[in-house]
Write a protein that binds this ligand. Structure first.
Ligand code: IDC
Length: 443
């Protein structure tokens, strides 16, 4: 009989044996890494998360590379599919390499031509526009038989620009600007338009404005003198249609100017820009007879320009009753897009009658200072200027957003302009200056 004790021993031995077998199998498995304990599960999960983020980064990198490729030249990209053709790997690779080489060369060539074109364009865009034509400086001027002449009686023709309002655009009449106009455009006259009443005008802006304006004039006169140019001091009445309105200020101003510039033969005095409204030639004469002596008392041969009725466009009354002074010229203003054949007919009649006329302001655009260049009318006016050898100043030297401004509104430069910096009227004027080589010099 098997005792209870023996039974118990046998059970324990079997259990131990079983435990050894299970433990052995488990141990081998664990060694091989096939077992994961519950506590290990908790720590491995985040690792799995982390590694799942990595491919995302890879994807991103790929996108970036693709994006880079897109920017590469077409020719370089083309070689890629051919190089991938495994059926004829070697020859294709060679071909591809050759093509790539050729393509690269052509890309280089293209790039070279592109750069050359770009450089040419860039140079053109940055080239200062130069007429290559310097108009003559004649020394002291006077008027003989209705014509402007030099000391020997030879005709003198002044061709240049008018500033915009001196208070508005003083930056275009600095020393640098005037020197550059003389050097690059070759013009021989600049008109300083000093408004009397409009926009911080001399008679409405107070003492401070007056001294700034006089300072600007001083610098401009000095620059004009240094550069052998004539300079017109323009008492620019406009809204104040009657020159008599600010007569006492005019007397004071011209008295001061002529004393300052007594020795400057290049300074010309324009005593009223454009009388207008119901102002007659007799009103203007009255004014002129007070201002002219103020100037002549100091400089007896000063050249003086006198405005005429209707915005300086009516010479009829003047013809009937001219002023009794030497060295006087009457101003005539035209705007080609507004003033056409009837204006020209009246104008040439006055010229034929021997009236001394100076075109101290004109435009090829419309009389409101805006609009397009009327080339058809402009050339007819230019024929007259040429035929009668007239002196003239084009309106206006500024970059104001209006057709008459000579400089484009988006150009910040105030001198050394490129051709592209010039407005349509600026380019038209510049082209004329270029072709007018004989106009002033041949006479
Ligand atoms: C214009 C200017 C314009 C300004 C206006 C008012 O071009 O920018 O706003 O004056 O001051 C003239 C005048 C001249 C005018 C010009 C164009 O003499 O001052 O300039 N013009 O309207 N007479 C006929 C035309």
């Amino acid at each position: 009989m098997v005792s209870r004790k023996q039974k118990f021993k046998t059970v324990v031995l079997v259990l131990i044996f079983a435990l050894l077998i299970v433990g052995g199998v488990f141990g081998i498995s664990y060694y091989k890494g096939g077992v994961t304990f519950p506590w290990q599960v908790a720590t491995t999960e985040p690792e799995a998360k982390e590694s799942s983020e990595e491919p995302a980064e890879e994807e991103l990198k790929v996108t970036v590379v693709e994006a880079d490729k897109k920017d590469k030249p077409e020719a370089v990209k083309k070689t890629k599919p051919e190089a991938e053709d495994k059926t004829a790997e070697k020859p294709v690779k060679k071909e591809a390499a050759k093509e790539e080489e050729a393509d690269e060369e052509s890309v280089e060539e293209e790039a070279e031509t592109d750069t050359a074109d770009e450089t040419e364009e860039a140079t053109k865009a940055t080239d200062v526009a130069v007429t290559g034509n310097t108009l003559e400086y004649y020394g002291p001027l006077h008027v003989e038989d209705g014509k402007l002449v030099d000391e020997s009686g030879n005709p003198a023709v002044l061709t240049g620009v008018s500033s915009h309002g001196l208070s508005w655009y003083p930056e275009y009449v600095t020393k640098d600007s005037i020197a550059a106009l003389r050097k690059n455009w070759g013009i021989n006259v600049i008109r300083l338009a000093m408004y009397t009443s409009d926009y911080n005008g001399y008679c409405v802006g107070g003492d401070e404005i007056q001294s700034v304006l006089k300072d600007n004039i001083d610098k401009a006169v000095e620059a004009a003198t240094e550069n052998d140019m004539y300079v017109i001091l323009d008492w620019h009445i406009l809204n104040d249609g009657d020159p008599n309105e600010y007569k006492s200020q005019a007397i004071q101003f011209f008295g001061e100017m002529v004393r300052k510039y007594e020795d400057n033969d290049n300074v010309i005095y324009e005593i009223c820009n454009e009388p207008n409204g119901d102002i007659t030639w007799s009103d203007i004469s009255k004014y002129a007879k007070e201002i002219i002596p103020v100037i002549r008392n100091v400089k007896e041969d000063a050249l003086i320009l006198v405005g005429t009725p209707s915005w300086s466009s009516d010479l009829d009354a003047v013809l009937e009753n001219p002023l009794d002074y030497d060295n006087i010229m009457y101003t005539y203003h035209f705007y080609a897009s507004s003033h056409k054949s009837s204006a020209r007919n009246a104008f040439t009649e006055a010229l034929d009658a021997g009236l001394p006329v100076f075109i101290s302001e004109y435009g090829y655009v419309s009389a409101n200072g805006d609009g397009e260049v009327d080339t058809k009318e402009a050339s007819k006016w230019n024929e007259i200027i040429e035929e009668y050898q007239l002196s003239s100043c084009i309106w206006n030297l500024s970059n104001k957003a209006e057709g008459s401004a000579l400089i484009n509104a988006d150009c910040d430069k105030t001198f050394d302009f490129t051709y592209e910096d010039l407005s349509a009227q600026g380019q038209y004027f510049f082209d004329l200056l270029k072709g007018e080589e004989t106009k002033a010099n041949d006479n």
